[in-house]
Design a protein around this ligand. Sequence first.
Ligand SMILES: [Zn+2]
Length: 339
Amino acid sequence: MEHVRDLTLLPKAHLHLHFTGSMRPSTLLELADKYGVRLPDALTAGEPPSLRATDERGWFRFQRLYDAARSCLREPEDIRRLVREAAEEDVRDGSGWLEIQVDPTSYAPLLGGMIPAVEIILDAVEAASRETGLGMRVLIAANRMKHPLDARTLARLAVRYADRGVVGFGLSNDERRGMARDFDRAFAIAREGGLLAAPHGGELTGPASVRDCLDDLHASRIGHGVRAAEDPRLLKRLADRQITCEVCPASNVALGVYERPEDVPLRTLFEAGVPMALGADDPLLFGSRLAAQYEIARRHHGFTDAELAELARQSVRGSAAPGEVQDKLLAGIDHWLAA
Ligand SMILES: [Zn+2]
């Protein structure tokens, strides 16, 4: 029998993890207790809630659960704890680089405004990085349910903090709402400020939403992007330009984008040469973290250890990590495979 290497020891970069969604379930219960918040039963059941985001009602329910969890983050010490624990979990799963995604607008009211919220988050990231040794940066993400002018304001703010740990600009929430091009100015501001453009696309809607991210927002990475698998020409375009798709298999199955883990088109993207960075998206709601995504590739898609190592390399190359960090992680991947 083939020797099976431990996937938690495979060095990798984690490029798709949302802020509140990274919380440990046990921490959520403790914080809810601290503030006397009555959580929805789906969040206290001790197992991931069953979700279905393939229609707007299902997506709304998912967002409501997310909002309930977020309402338990009220003080700077909660933010510090969340970030430190996210870093600890990532280290445990073999991550050597984490880019965490946050819309500071949602945290601003309880943390004294936008600027304080961003500074508390960035300070927490710096502290967690120092304490755990994990390289960490931040993507600031706009919400496509809000007005494009809000996204512009956020992009300016993100650029202003580029030297304090912000490396990218994202766009999240329901892809069925609004057009990507409504946010083109915000993304232009971010790109001109040196940030990488990493909007969500090709998750809830098809290949056209990925094309919009490329054409209108000049994305250099796509959050999810899996639905590109439905369009061979688009796959070729992503491969030719080496646009990394932040693919989150457990999330896709939890939200009903695909029925079963084996239906997530990991093979299709991989064989087409589209670089991928597997991510956990919202482990709080989907029940699995980073290494588990690689486990899905191994177990349900027959990825060999050499192919899993290549997936890990793609995650590192798609990251905003400095050259020397990338080199170290890539050497670690070779070492893992040689062992
Ligand atoms: Zn996401």
